[in-house]
Ligand binder design. Structure first.
Ligand code: KIV
Ligand code: ZN
Length: 515
């Protein structure tokens, strides 16, 4: 009989700490619903104390999700715990995840606290969190560089205070598998009452070892892994959920654990997160990369055709490839469209939003013969961006380019409801359209990234464009989808401008002192 490995997904919190990956409440709800469909055990919905918007997002997820536990992060201070406790209050199962750094460098340089003060704050936070829920998790940030005796002292104290899950993070992605497994094993052996709690691991990928370290921790006794879809997360990211889950599932001969995850929901989740955050998935990424199950070389293809297990250790369909069924067509009506949205877990707030989305669907169906689930997801992302932050709107555009001629673009933009026309030359049609938009907006933002991906296969596929802009140390991503990639690019640029316009940057839980 295998023990359960708890899958704790932090895409909506640690994943959101990636530059520009900030998500709206509706984005978070859509991802949370997909995570629940995938049977993730714990969804870390955000850091409620970061801003009112974050508080509302965590609360909305707590209201919507019934099967998975919904968790909010909180630093070990009274205000954060109150915000987290209030945000998870509507959850069927709610957790508070409180943390404080325990390494000498973090305590001295970042927190400016003594070790005694850190222990005191950790214990007080756990006790206060228990006033809201009996499911309290404690993390020792930068555990990887913390002194072992001190870590044992902190963990003993928070277990006595009532924490039920003890999370050991490699915050800076510094460890290697043998060392990380040894650290977890030693903690479990040395900390009194270690058998009364679930040991958890949270690894970052700075050396490309986040998944390997997490699996080594599981071998050493960890029974919760904290991870994200596509390995999204600060810097090089977090351990990738799909890799952890499929390693455990593919090697039952090695792992004494199994997960609750419905693996067929992995690829849809990957596409959804990539589409919403604007972080494309590299083609050779394990499990969810476009090439993960394709066999280029003749020898491999021959082997797979004769007997698939010659080169395949997993089946593409088991992780949700090929799940992108043909969805709707030109003749599909409003009811069919609405049922499709429900099936995809998309709830539009008003009839007006539904009508607008349906009109966009009809336009797309005129241009594209076959419409897949991914097209609908992209269309809704575009639509919700337009509805949420409509300060800048693309009303019309035209671009012209021919070999040997200077590309030129004309745009009509609505800015706060008033229409403006502009035009510009550029080095290509995309550059010309961005320049034309800038003559109206004069944002002063710097373009940090521009990328185009085809949403589905075929030359009539929609192009999905991501634009990353930065201004005053703030970074935002914008997305746009269209069968015309110049239009998709202009939409993406405008969506990023709207995000820049929309709100102040929010608090990063791991930067600064514990207040
Ligand atoms: O990486 C880290 O240490 C974290 C903690 C807040 C758990 O994300
Ligand atoms: Zn982290």
């Amino acid at each position: 009989m295998k023990e359960q490995l708890i899958i704790f997904d932090t895409t909506l919190r640690d994943g959101e700490q990636s530059p520009g990956a900030s998500m709206t409440r509706d984005d978070k709800l859509r991802i949370a619903r997909q995570l629940e469909r995938m049977r993730v055990d714990v969804i870390e919905a955000g850091f409620a104390a970061a801003s009112n918007g974050d508080f509302e997002s965590v609360r909305a997820v707590a209201e919507a999700i019934r099967e998975s536990t919904v968790c909010s992060l909180a630093r070990a201070n009274p205000r954060d715990i109150v915000r987290a406790g209030e945000a998870i209050q509507p959850a069927a199962r709610g957790r508070i995840h409180t943390f404080i750094a325990t390494s000498p460098i973090h305590m001295e340089k970042k927190l400016r606290m003594t070790p005694d003060q850190v222990v005191e704050a950790a214990v007080a936070a756990v006790k206060q969190a228990l006033e809201y829920t009996d499911d309290v998790e404690f993390s020792a940030e930068d555990a990887v560089r913390s002194d072992m005796d001190f870590l044992c002292r902190v963990f003993e104290a928070v277990i006595n205070a009532g924490a039920k899950t003890i999370n050991v993070p490699d915050t800076v992605g510094y460890s290697i598998p043998a060392q990380w497994g040894e650290r977890i094993r030693t903690l479990i052996e040395r900390v009194p009452n270690s058998d009364k709690v679930v040991w958890s691991t949270h690894c970052h990928n700075d050396l490309g070892l986040a998944v390997a370290n997490s699996l080594s921790a599981v071998m050493a006794g960890a029974r919760q892994v904290e991870c994200t879809i596509n390995g999204l997360g600060e810097r090089a990211g977090n351990a990738s959920l799909e890799e952890v889950v499929m390693a455990v599932r593919t090697r039952p001969d090695l792992f004494p654990v199994s997960t609750n995850i419905d693996a067929t929901q992995i690829v849809p989740a990957s596409k959804l997160v990539s589409g919403i955050t604007g972080y494309p998935v590299q083609p050779n990424k394990a499990i969810v990369g476009a090439n993960a199950f394709s066999h280029e070389s003749g020898i491999h293809q021959d082997g797979v055709l004769k007997h698939r297990e010659t080169y395949e250790i997993m089946r593409a369909e088991d992780v949700g490839w090929n799940a992108n069924r043909l969805t709707l067509g030109k003749l599909s009506g409003r009811n069919a469209f609405k049922s499709k949205l429900t099936e995809l877990g998309i709830e539009l707030e008003s009839d007006e939003a539904l009508n607008q989305a349906f009109a966009r669907f009809k336009e797309l169906a005129d241009k594209k013969r076959e419409i897949f689930d991914e097209d609908i997801q992209a269309l809704i992302s575009d639509e919700s961006v337009a509805l949420d932050h409509e300060h800048f709107k693309l009303v019309w555009m035209q671009s012209a380019s021919a070999m040997g001629d200077t590309p030129h673009a004309k745009v009509t933009l609505s800015v706060g409801g008033k229409e403006h026309h502009a035009e510009s030359d550029g080095s290509g049609p995309v550059d010309a359209s961005f320049r034309a938009i800038e003559t109206v907006v004069t944002s002063g933002a710097q373009l940090m990234l521009y990328s185009v991906n085809a949403i589905t296969s075929g030359t009539d596929a929609q192009g999905e464009v991501t634009v990353r802009l930065s201004r005053d140390a703030r970074v935002v991503n914008g997305q746009g989808a269209d069968t015309d990639i110049v239009v998709a690019s202009a939409k993406a640029y405008i969506s990023a401008l709207n995000r820049l316009q929309a709100g102040p940057s929010k608090l990063n839980p791991q930067v600064g002192e514990n207040v």
